[in-house]
Write a protein of this length. Structure first.
Length: 684
């Protein structure tokens, strides 16, 4: 029986009905989508070694040879000099497209050819050895080019307009369809038929060979000529694109309760690093999932090699950059400047940037240097500078409409956090910002005019968080100089003095404000607001969160007169047994100007901290019964517990009248609709 009879999938998938140029175009499409390849060489003892490398962009669209910038003294170059036969493969797990180059490699050290392929950032591969000779630049004797001239190229390209099948299926003609992507095609290019007379342009061949990968034990890809997958059970039966998506989801989950980690250190062991060291299967999938490597953290522990590896593996994805710098880090880490150069080279790919330093020296600025880049795609920015040498005081209250950083513009910037001197000296373009954090941590106040201009710069501002006494101890203008925030839905305030609470709430006009968070408020800080007895000022306010303080029952009565339509109230870090507000609720009604009324008649959700030593359940039942008796029933009560105690407490319990009591350990999410973990949110 012939080989083609025993292997019916090869003729079914061989795409022999297209021209040579169409085959080349198909290959180019794959290579453009997969920037990282695996170069496999053979050592003197016969062992095969593979490593991830980025080929340089070819000069000619018909050029099918590959070129890599490499270190001439590395093991791979030694193995090529011993045996020139190599393989280079590309794999895209999201589409199952792949390409395999088999041929011969040679080491080129011609300076002109090196200059031809050298690019900005290539020096990061080599580093300056500080010996005056090996500087890591284009003239370094270690720099070489590996050129791979293929004898044969095979690739698999999935059709985009058909579905996936993950087992032996039937095609539209009723014939067996191979496992993998149904009705996709395998193509081959070789030196059999000339396309170009130059030695660097391989030729085309029609080939009756299908390279469909199965998974052997340990996760190695193998050629399956029987039509059966040799590892079709368990995790090995899951298509690689699904595993890739699973890993991406895992990266976005830092813990069972990710919000618990906010304000704390970022995880020391990156998810992508753990996943890629679990087993060979997951390692191959992880290395071929660019978005898994798109988070780049630079701090005192970072190495230029790791930063470079993350950027290389991320392909063309958007990058999320985090820079944490202390002034001594620059002195201890000699690679700091190289790492800065490397991430700046890719600033066009920045999606988010979180940059902080305790001191910005004039001769070696880091934050100013980073923020002088071109980042048109930047969406999320957090800048913190505690101190700065030779700061320009004249710039503190300069025109807000003129960006101090990213001066070429950041039209997509939606989230901005400015902390410390960041408020004064590192303001970006603000006209499209939706969420704005102003963390005033330095004893340098803004003028009221500058503060007003900052928060009104964007007509889209929806969420505003203000920490510290941002305009100092001077009186707020209040109603005499109103700030109009027509789209503001959520506001947070945490002050060190007492003026900012009533000053800010009486100085803004925000008719759509739905959520208000107050932290560290004192008993009489908002008396000027309560004294107005104006229930129309914040008529749309529904959600009220108090953090780290309590008020008297009489003050809660005054709040009830001003904020009439509250549906959700949280007293974080207060227990239900000690809160004066619960005493108010148990009264049922309070006295108003027009007679008795139920405080917050639309209140549905209450949040407190669980008291381990008190009988919360009995008190909860009383509150539920009173609210129902007066026609304002509750629907849910949330009790916050320490994370270590959460496992010992039932997830839910039902009290009388079917009001659900739930336990949780996370903090309040702000804004309530956000989907990311905000590690820099440390003050609330």
């Amino acid at each position: 029986m012939s080989t083609s009879t025993l292997d019916p999938f090869t003729p079914e998938t061989l795409d022999d009905g297209i021209t040579a140029q169409e085959k080349i175009d198909g290959l180019r499409d794959i290579l453009r989508a997969i920037p990282t390849a695996m170069l496999t060489t053979r050592s003197a003892n016969g062992h095969l070694h593979s490593r991830a490398m980025n080929p340089v962009v070819p000069d000619d669209e018909l050029e099918l040879s590959l070129a890599f910038i490499a270190n001439h003294v590395s093991h791979k170059c030694g193995e090529i000099e011993n045996d020139a036969h190599v393989n280079v493969n590309f794999m895209d797990p999201t589409t199952t497209d792949w390409a395999s180059f088999s041929g011969k490699a040679k080491i080129i050290q011609d300076r002109e050819k090196i200059k031809k392929h050298w690019s900005k950032g290539s020096n990061a591969w080599f580093g300056d050895l500080k010996d005056g000779v090996h500087r890591g630049d284009i003239n370094d004797s270690r720099v070489a080019v590996i050129q791979v001239v293929p004898d044969e190229i095979q690739y698999w390209r999935a059709h985009k307009n058909v579905g996936h099948t993950f087992e032996l299926g039937v095609d539209h003609k009723g014939k067996p369809a191979p496992p993998g992507i149904r009705l996709s095609k395998s193509r081959c290019l070789s030196k059999k038929y000339p396309v170009d007379a130059t030695p660097l342009s391989p030729m085309l061949e029609e080939n009756n060979a299908l390279r469909l990968g199965g998974l052997a034990e340990g996760g190695q890809w193998i050629v399956d000529t029987t039509g059966r997958n040799s590892a079709s059970t368990g995790i090995f039966s899951i298509p690689p694109e699904i595993l890739s998506n699973i890993l991406e989801l895992g990266k976005n989950m830092t813990d069972v309760d990710p919000l618990y980690l906010e304000g704390g250190a970022r995880p020391k062991a990156a998810f992508e690093l753990v996943a890629s060291h679990t087993c060979l299967l997951l390692r191959n999938i992880a290395l071929a999932t660019p978005r898994l490597w798109a988070t780049v953290n630079i701090n005192s522990r970072s190495s230029i090699e790791w930063v470079l590896e993350c950027i290389r593996r991320s392909g063309g994805c958007w990058l999320d950059i985090t820079i944490e710098l202390a002034v001594e880090d620059c002195q201890l880490n000699e690679d700091w400047n190289s790492m800065m150069d490397l991430v700046i080279t890719h600033s066009l790919r920045w999606r988010s940037l979180s940059a902080g330093c305790n001191y910005e020296p004039a001769n070696r600025p880091t934050i100013a240097r980073i923020c002088d880049s071109e980042a048109p795609g930047l969406q999320h920015l957090s800048v913190e500078v505690d101190d700065m040498e030779h700061a320009d005081a004249d710039a503190f209250n300069m025109e807000v409409s003129v960006p101090q950083i990213f001066k070429l513009g950041t039209p997509k910037l939606k989230f901005v956090r400015l902390r410390g001197l960041g408020i004064h000296l590192f303001r970006p373009q603000l006209d499209a910002v939706v969420t704005l954090h102003l963390d005033h941590t330095r004893f340098i106040p803004l003028s009221y005019t500058t503060f007003r201009n900052i928060i009104t710069c964007s007509s889209l501002l929806t969420n505003l968080s203000v920490h510290g006494d941002i305009i100092g101890n001077v009186p707020w203008p209040r109603q005499s100089n109103i700030i109009h925030l027509p789209k503001l839905h959520s506001l947070r305030i945490c002050g060190e003095g007492n003026e900012i609470y009533s000053g800010l709430l009486l100085s803004i006009e925000a008719p759509l404000l739905e959520s208000l968070t107050l932290k560290d408020l004192q008993e009489h800080d908002l008396d000027p607001l309560w004294d107005l007895m104006d229930a129309t000022r914040y008529a749309n306010l529904r959600r009220l969160i108090f953090s780290n303080f309590e008020l008297s029952s009489s003050t809660y009565e005054r709040i009830s007169h001003t904020f009439r339509e509250i549906t959700s109230f949280s007293a974080l870090y207060s227990t239900i047994t000690e809160s004066p507000f619960v005493v108010l609720l148990l009264k049922g009604t309070i006295q108003g100007q027009a007679g008795p009324f139920v405080p917050w008649p639309r209140l549905a959700v209450l949040t407190f901290t669980l008291d381990d030593e008190a009988d919360d359940e009995e008190l909860i039942q009383k509150v539920v019964e009173v609210r129902k008796r007066f026609g304002s029933p509750l629907t849910k009560i949330l009790l916050r517990v320490d994370p270590e105690d959460l496992q010992e407490i039932p997830k839910t319990m039902h009290t009388v009248n079917d009001v659900v009591v739930e336990f949780f350990s996370k903090g309040e999410q702000w804004p309530s609709n956000r989907t990311y973990v905000d590690h820099d949110d440390i003050f609330f």
